[in-house]
Each structure stands twice: as C-alpha cells, then as structure tokens.
Design a protein around this ligand. Structure first.
Ligand SMILES: [Zn+2]
Length: 275
C-alpha cells in the first residue's frame, strides 16, 4: 500500500463480518468442495483453518486494517463504475480512496500469498494463507460491506450490519444444512472479487427493506440493540435463504481460489506428515 491518508474515522467502522461462526463455516465448506489432491493439504488441519478464519478481524489496532474488509461503491458512482486498480481509485476520488475500502485488491494480494505458500511446500503456511484469504473472500459476500450505508446509519437502521451477518448466522444457520459447492479452476480468478462485490451490492436494498419490515411488524425499542424473537423470525424468514446462499457461494469461491492457487503453483503434492 502506498500513501495512507487520514484514517481517524476508521475506529467507528465495523470490522467483523459473518461473526466467528460464519467465517468458520465458510472455511469448512471450501475444503469440502475441493478435489482430492489439493484437499490433501488440509487433511487433519481443518480445525486450524477454521481457527484462523477470523484473524483479520482481530488486527484492528493496525489502522490500515479496517478498509481491507470492505469497498464502498457509492463514491465511484455505483457497481458498474468501480476502479480496477488502486491507482485508478486514487485518481478518481483522491486521497479518500483508501478509507473507502480496498477489499478486492487485498483478495488479490492474499491469493498471491497462497500461491507462494503452495510453492514453498509448507502445509502450515498453506493453511494460514488460506484462512486469511478466506476471511476477505467471505467479507466480499456480505452485502453491507459494499456500501457507505454499511450500518444502516443513513436509513435509521443502526445495527443492521451485525443483525444480518452475525445475528442471523448465530441464531439460525445450521452448518450441516449448507451444501458445499464444488471448486472450479478459474484462470480469471483475479478479476472475480469485483463480480462478487457487485452481486453482494445488489442484495443491499432487500436486506434493508426486510430489516425495516421486521421492525415495523414487531414491538421493539429501536434505540437499543435488542430485538424480539418475532423480529428474528421475520428477518430470518425473509433473509435466511440469502444468508445461506452467500455462505455457500463464499465457500465455493474460497475453494475456487485454493484450487486455482494450487494449479498456479504447479499442483504440488502435500508432504507426508508424521502426525
Ligand atoms: Zn472482516
């Protein structure tokens, strides 16, 4: 990363996505979707992978970290006008660009780390690099990580960020009810983060509408963080399929990333471990 403009506002931005449970689930789905050979790298290490899937959310003391987890689309004029390079981002919106999020470029960087880990032949590094890459890929599948209204603050829905990405997941998602989708090699992998972010962004209006609907139809103290059981049931009945879809897609796209990195590293065999 080159220049770092004023980052003082970052402390106010939410960092977590999916909560710990969501990130763990996504890493598990990804490994299950891998073909046998690259999957061998993770055999017996699935717990390590899951354990590190939320690590980037704990790096908050580094003020550069926050914007790595999102991309605000509005400053660029929406999802069809996103910059493809950091240089373009800076040229388009000036010194503010970093604070508006750098998620797609971080995914590219962390994917290259994974290729290097496969080339180094070190399973511990492969697992760590996969966990970190997986975290950012997962974040790209959270609709509210693509908008400056990231916590509903402009639509009087503060807290919707965590209600969607961890409230629903913690309360309602059952891991074994999710389907691992098969990983696919993707020669254009480095372009994909923009596609995922666009697809996530398209979900934003309905997330906000369903949150409002759940609030309208239930008694709730909207000043406080508490919501009733009825709220959660309504929000889940509307958004549950979307949450599950995004978890499954994030798992598949992490699988695509791993498989493609393994191929880029010329398909190394996992070293036999004395365990
Ligand atoms: Zn995150």
């Amino acid at each position: 990363m080159r220049t770092l403009p004023c980052l003082l506002l970052l402390a106010a931005l939410p960092l977590g996505a999916w909560g710990d449970k969501g990130h763990r689930v996504i890493s598990g789905l990804a490994v299950k979707g891998l073909p046998p050979e690259p999957r061998t790298w993770y055999a017996g290490r699935e717990r390590d992978l899951a354990a590190h899937a939320s690590d980037p959310d704990t790096w908050r003391q580094d003020r550069k970290e926050g914007p790595r987890h999102f991309l605000d689309m509005e400053p660029y004029g929406g999802p069809d006008h996103l910059p493809r390079t950091l240089e373009e981002a800076q040229a388009r919106i000036g010194g503010d660009y970093y604070r508006r999020g750098v998620l797609p470029w971080i995914i590219q960087d962390r994917w290259r780390d994974l290729v290097a880990a496969f080339r180094a032949g070190d399973p511990a590094k492969v697992v760590t690099a996969s966990a970190i890459l997986g975290h950012y890929i997962a974040d790209a599948h959270v609709p509210l990580h693509t908008t400056e209204n990231h916590d509903g603050q402009y639509t009087h829905q503060r807290g919707v960020h965590s209600r969607w990405e961890s409230g629903l997941v913690e309360r309602h998602v059952q891991e074994d009810a999710l389907t691992p989708l098969p990983a696919r090699p993707d020669p254009a992998f480095l372009d994909r983060p923009w596609d995922w972010l666009k697809a996530s962004h398209a979900l934003v209006p309905q997330v906000l509408e369903d949150d409002r609907k759940a609030d309208r139809t239930t008694a709730v103290d909207k000043q406080g963080p508490q919501r009733t059981q009825a709220y959660w049931m309504i929000f889940w009945s509307e958004q549950g399929p979307v949450v599950k879809q995004q978890l499954q897609l994030a798992g598949q796209h992490l699988g695509d990333a791993i498989l493609t990195a393994w191929i880029a590293a010329e398909k190394p065999s996992a070293p036999v471990q004395a365990r």
